[in-house]
Design a protein around this ligand. Sequence first.
Ligand code: NAD
Ligand code: GDD
Length: 327
Amino acid sequence: MKNALVCGAGGFIGHHLVRRLKAEGYWVRGVDLKFPRFSASSADDFVIGDLRQQGFVNSIVDRHFDEIYQLAADMGGAGYIFTGDHDADVMHNSATINLNVLDAAYRRNCRRIFYSSSACIYPEYNQLDPDNPKCSEDSAYPAAPDSEYGWEKLFSERLYLAYARNHGMDVRIARYHNIFGPEGSWNDGKEKAPAALCRKIAQAFDGDGIEIWGDGRQTRSFLYIDECVEATLRLTSSGWTGPVNIGSEEMVSIDELVDLIAKIAGKTIEKRHIEGPTGVRGRNSDNRLIRERLGWAPSAALAAGLAKTYGWINSQVERNHYGIAAE
Ligand code: NAD
Ligand code: GDD
């Protein structure tokens, strides 16, 4: 039986990843500051603690793990990472976690380690045209991310690659592009556009207006959680060591995203564009490298994932409305 350590197992992607690893027959230890918010973890062992503390990290990397998945980070959607209010925490907390976890893995000879980087590392100058953003893996340099969150991710990518070169660590690095699905943040200030817009539409009556940050013409692609986990496992078991995009190539404008959700909800929704943190003007995953190296790429339609996500968020909204705690 293989064993795995999942750092950030109380978070959105980590929680789904643990569930999948258990289904694959792994023994899993999860670690986080908190338990998953919406359902119990499937991990065999779940340790609550702070990965910024090197002593704690050494205590949980107390044996050989076949695979370590490092997903713990101080992160959120545009309302969290683009306001500037959390820059120092985001950089300090996430960099400290990465320094600690990677070094402990090296010292225990746990060589295979997966790191969750982000599309936010890509230079802003290639994401100014909403219809033609450039996000191929080789376009990361000259570096010019538009957020401190992106700079920390770039630093940590380089840290993992340096441990691979100098210490023989067997690293895998994914650049995730906006992952969404049930059991993600939807009302705590860290929610991303799919969850935030599902919530606003679930709370609206037919014919109501909802507030949308920016002019609605900024573009993104959104990857459903199941394909994110599938890609993560495929990458980790592959022989490819360079950073690779894990995202959808189905690019939409934020207004189109609103229209898709409104259709799923069966509501007519008026769009009210307001000032807000918007991030880059356009972004889309470029899946040529993942196709070439893994012989596979995400392919599910955005609408299918949105239908499942809207259903889940709508049920959370109803639970809250009727006074039942959401967690
Ligand atoms: P998340 O916020 O739901 O999960 C991160 C988890 O890390 C949280 O549960 C948090 O409590 C934990 N954590 C933070 N600081 C910690 C500490 N000091 N000690 C222990 N645990 C700590 O985020 P997510 O959406 O699951 O993302 C997982 C990873 O993927 C993150 O590294 C994130 O930056 C990256 N990523 C996610 C997306 C996305 O769209 N969700 C996109 C790009 C990259
Ligand atoms: N969150 C949110 N909430 N975004 C909104 C809203 C709203 O109510 N209305 C419009 N938007 C717009 C944002 O202004 C932004 O232009 C776009 O929707 C996408 O916002 P997010 O989904 O919050 O974030 P992002 O795509 O800019 O960045 C996310 O993806 C990265 C990977 O691609 C973040 O989660 C990053 O942490 C992540 O690394």
